[in-house]
Design a protein around this ligand. Structure first.
Ligand SMILES: Nc1nc2c(ncn2[C@@H]2O[C@H](COP(=O)(O)OP(=O)(O)O)[C@@H](O)[C@H]2O)c(=O)[nH]1
Ligand SMILES: [Mg+2]
Ligand SMILES: [Zn+2]
Length: 296
């Protein structure tokens, strides 16, 4: 018996099997038809699909993958509305990672949100972050999973489409999700727990609860983040530079050390964060290297 085709969202992908959640909240095991492989389409977690459910022990079939708003490679997911970049006074923020994540978000037209957690440990971090990222097109939310500060605002943003939590390990991503959504993700010092450790496999899963659709991602290594990209494009993902770029003497300008560079001048005048510009130069170096080695 073939049950009627219906709409759903892919919440999990494992070894060619997909888990599609229908509008009633039931999860069905489905496979992708061969036609997708021939067209080079791999369904992703977050994909909106039409599917025919199976019956009994039999899996169903994905009939259609609806057009994507965006897709990330790591984690492999589609249709993210907000990328929540979580940071905290402890562990010490890795600002180069934050900048890289912002570039990734802007490239994919995902709206980034900087979430400064553990506010009760040091409220001055959020002040610094607001200043440094004032022109980075990313709102800053100050929160504390411990005291509950700011969680209403985070909850509202998390309810707006599919949200992806990212950032260094230990900043409180899982704890925040648990507090806001009532999920029961493992948080804290997981590696010291019995039977868990480096080899714990991590499946990307879209967690759905009470109107929330969220992904909790493990920490990334910075090297994995940026795909080979023409270095001249990197600056396009720094909204900070946009107001000045037209005035650069050379076009295109990398804003590295060119004479008459309006971006460098703005930083020297204190209109742009010098530290963020320096990190852009670091990232530019990395992107240039990756681009040179792209065929190796
Ligand atoms: N002081 C303080 N500790 C927090 C806060 N939020 C989370 N933590 C702690 O930070 C540690 C790491 O949290 P976890 O959610 O596992 O971080 P994740 O690796 O980003 O998912 C845990 O020990 C949490 O209890 C907070 O707002 N304040
Ligand atoms: Mg976690
Ligand atoms: Zn310039």
């Amino acid at each position: 018996m073939i049950l009627q085709e219906r709409a759903g969202v892919i919440v999990k992908a494992m070894g060619g099997l997909y888990y599609a959640r229908d509008e009633a909240g039931d999860v069905h095991v489905v496979r992708a038809k061969g036609v997708f492989r021939r067209k080079g389409i791999t369904p992703l977690v977050g994909d909106a699909v039409r599917f025919a459910p199976g019956s009994g022990e039999e899996h169903g079939w994905i009939e259609q993958v609806l057009p994507r708003e965006n897709e990330l490679v790591r984690p492999p997911v589609a249709n993210i509305r907000h990328l929540f970049i979580v940071l905290a006074p402890e562990p010490e923020p890795d600002r180069l990672l934050i900048d890289t994540l912002l570039v990734t978000a802007h490239m994919q037209r995902i709206s980034p949100v900087l979430v400064v957690n553990k506010r009760e440990l040091d409220p001055s971090l959020a002040v610094e972050i607001r200043e440094e990222y004032a022109r980075a097109d990313a709102p800053v939310l100050e929160v504390s999973a411990q005291t509950g500060y700011g969680l209403d605002q985070l909850a509202a943003a998390l309810k707006d489409g599919i949200g992806c939590m990212t950032g260094q390990s230990g900043v409180g991503k899982s704890t925040l999700l648990n507090k806001v959504t009532g999920l029961t993700l493992e948080a804290g010092d997981i590696s010291s727990k019995i039977g868990r450790g480096k080899n714990t496999t991590h499946h990307t899963e879209l967690l759905v609860k009470d109107g929330y659709q969220v992904l909790d991602t493990a920490g990334f290594s910075l090297l994995e983040l940026l795909e080979p990209m023409n270095p001249v494009l990197l600056k396009a993902y720094y909204p900070d530079f946009a107001p000045y770029e037209d005035d650069c003497h050379f076009q295109p300008c990398y804003h590295f050390s060119e004479p008459g560079c309006a971006v460098l001048t703005a930083a020297a005048r204190g209109e742009l964060s010098k530290a963020r510009l320096e990190r852009y130069h670091q990232l530019l170096d990395k992107v240039k290297q990756t681009w040179r080695n792209r065929y190796e």
